[in-house]
Design a protein around this ligand. Structure first.
Ligand code: NAD
Length: 351
């Protein structure tokens, strides 16, 4: 099984190094037959190849069995014509990874801002307000005069329908509850289209309890009654913001897994960024990328009918939860004392 590991920028090399060791341990325990290749992405790729991601790498990932992407420091990249391409966006668009699946749950024994939360935010990943995802040529942002900037938001019937269908299938496998989040009271056409497609997808799935909320109300409800939600489906930027809020409420940004999924490919990617403020200090929490990797193993296991991959994913989830429960096996962002690499070493021993 061919695994492509892209280390990324900032804390990327530290957390992907732990992820590699953890996968090696799972490979030994479950005889998964993993074969790794490290590929450059981000600043290392810019130096070597003149671009933060190359078309060859995108094709390499398309053919891989499993792909893991470390966080990328897009805010500090040069303009696109100087090679600064957003690797996440390039992979999501080219591989048509239309759903970004972001679970957030409270871990037993770990302090969190809310008592009870176990939900998944499914965020549309290929369109919305993101300037690099709206146009065939050029970007979705224009500046007609020095004092006027305009941004275009793209919502398509197809994009809305397929992400909502994914969320509805997921809700049916979980607690059967789907919340559609939008702002159709103001964005009547674009969010109106998203809402009507999401309602249709939910009805087609059948057997779901369906609720809809405006995004501003949803931001409050996540704090007030997080236990009331199971699967939440929404457009790109709303999902990006709400999933960070949910992650913080559940215990911290370093704890939320994230999977980019399409019909053929998936990429594990932490939901946080490259954290330049703590890069190179060996204090990053690797849990987000590890939980993302568990989501990837589970996805591949279901797709390929491989029980061993699903068992490996369950084992990884279980041991991480066990470590987070014990204050002595937590990283410093959670009030513990472990470095990123020490957390990885203990996890490997336990696996
Ligand atoms: P960030 O998520 O990198 O950091 C926000 C805060 O959370 C920082 O204080 C950081 O130290 C902390 N943090 C993040 N991950 C952590 C971890 N694993 N362990 C402990 N603490 C952690 O967000 P930012 O500072 O807004 O962005 C930094 C760069 O990352 C920017 O270039 C941004 O564009 C990029 N970014 C990339 C992704 C991605 O690759 N998927 C996502 C978001 C932001």
């Amino acid at each position: 099984m061919d695994v492509v590991l892209m280390r990324g920028d900032g804390i990327g090399p530290e957390i992907t190094s732990v992820t590699r060791k953890v996968l090696d341990a799972l490979d030994r325990s479950f005889s998964l037959g993993l074969e790794f290749s490290n590929e450059d992405v981000g600043f290392t790729s810019l130096e070597k190849h003149g671009a933060t991601i190359t078309p060859e790498l995108i094709e390499r990932v398309r053919k891989a069995d499993l792909a893991i992407l470390g966080p990328v420091d897009t805010a500090h990249y040069p303009p696109a014509d100087q090679g600064g391409i957003n690797p996440s966006a390039a992979l999501r668009i080219n591989l048509d990874l239309y759903a970004n699946v972001r679970p957030s749950k409270v871990f037993e024994g770990l302090p969190s801002a809310v008592a009870n939360m176990d939900l998944v935010i499914v965020r549309e990943n290929t369109e919305g307000f993101y300037a690099d995802r709206t146009m065939y040529a050029g970007t979705g942002e224009v500046m007609p005069t020095p004092d006027l900037a305009l941004a275009t938001r793209k919502v398509t019937r197809k994009g809305s329908c397929r992400v909502a269908a994914y969320a509805a299938r997921l809700a049916a496998k979980r607690r059967g509850h789907l919340t559609i989040v939008h702002k159709a009271n103001v964005l009547k056409l674009s969010d109106g289209l998203f809402l009507s497609e999401a309602e249709k997808a939910a009805a087609k799935q059948g057997g779901l309890e369906v609720r809809e909320e405006h995004v501003d109300a949803m931001a409050s409800l996540l704090v007030r009654t997080p236990e009331a939600f199971d699967v939440i489906v929404t457009t790109n930027m709303f999902g990006d913001i709400l999933s960070n809020e949910a992650a913080e409420l559940a215990g911290g940004l370093g704890l939320s897994g994230s999977l980019n999924v399409g019909d053929e490919n998936a990429i594990a990617q932490a939901s946080h960024g490259s954290a330049p403020d703590i890069a190179g200090k060996n204090i990053a929490n690797p849990v987000s990328l590890l939980l993302s990797t568990a989501l990837l193993l589970e996805w591949k296991g279901a797709k390929a009918g491989r029980n061993d991959l699903q068992q490996a994913a369950n084992r990884l989830d279980l041991v991480i939860a066990e470590m987070l429960k014990n204050p002595k096996t937590r990283t410093t962002d959670l009030g513990g004392t472990l470095s990123c690499s020490d957390f990885g070493s203990i996890l490997v021993e336990k696996l």
